[in-house]
Write a protein that binds this ligand. Sequence first.
Ligand code: URC
Length: 314
Amino acid sequence: MVTETTPASSRPVTSSEAPSGSKIVLGQNQYGKAEVRVVRVSRDTERHSIEDLNVSSQLHGDFLSAHTEGNNEHVVATDTQKNTIYAFARERVGSPEEFLLRLADHFTGEFDWVSGGRWEAEQYGWQRIEDHDHSFVRDNREVRTAVVVADGDRRTVVSGVQDLTVLKTTQSGFEGYPKDRYTTLAETNDRIMSTDVKARWRFADGAEVDYNAVYDDVTSILLAKFGEKYSSALQQTMFDMGKAVLEAHPEIAEIKLSLPNNHHFVIDLSFCGLDNPNVVFHADDRPYGFIEATVRREDSDDASAVWELIPGFC
Ligand SMILES: O=c1[nH]c(=O)c2[nH]c(=O)[nH]c2[nH]1
């Protein structure tokens, strides 16, 4: 007879029977290599160029026996996934979206049990130093992002931008909001408005896209709309930004925006007898207002399964 020393309730469940009697099964799972930093130098001529990416690969498919039996015959090693990223970069990158689509096709085509996955990239910009052929300075203006979700033959491409910090010194206000006993905020029709633009736009299935050109145009539209007209609230400006992107790009089905309101408070300088007509501000880093929305075509398809794989957006 085996003597029990650990109370049954605190033992890990090692069989497929939970204490409640219901069977324990493997739920959603994915695995791969995260954050493979790959820098590709194009050096066909003396005038070099750089593509600087941070790529993650996650496979979906039949990996049941790896989890439940320790059988790795389906487990394409994460190390192999990393090597594949480097090897594919040897041929070309082109755009993060095309690069990820090639990885998706490779892994789903090469391994029968890989039914799909999620490939993601951040891309960092470099600018030439004074038109130099092979010297560059990192352009930290923003980070470009791309995600490809594969599910069988379906490919969903979501492009994006983040850390694009913008500020306007006037033509922004916030008035007409409800006042209750907790309200202290003064109404204003002249304030600084600033945010770090984080956006993701999903392409309609099967769209033929020049991803680099669309990226440049979408970021220009977002910037132009931020400054263009008087803002009654960040909510209004955000919707205008998203709407303008969809109006200009029929191949985009929807765009999600996630915008912190980087508050700038006017400092009261009366303590030393000075006025302050919106000249000196305190740039507060927290707390911040947090304004998020999806702007979409009314008849766009439901891509909620894809968005579940892209956290951080409502
Ligand atoms: O643009 C704004 N939207 C808000 O919802 C809000 N709330 C707040 O206190 N300030 C602001 N500003």
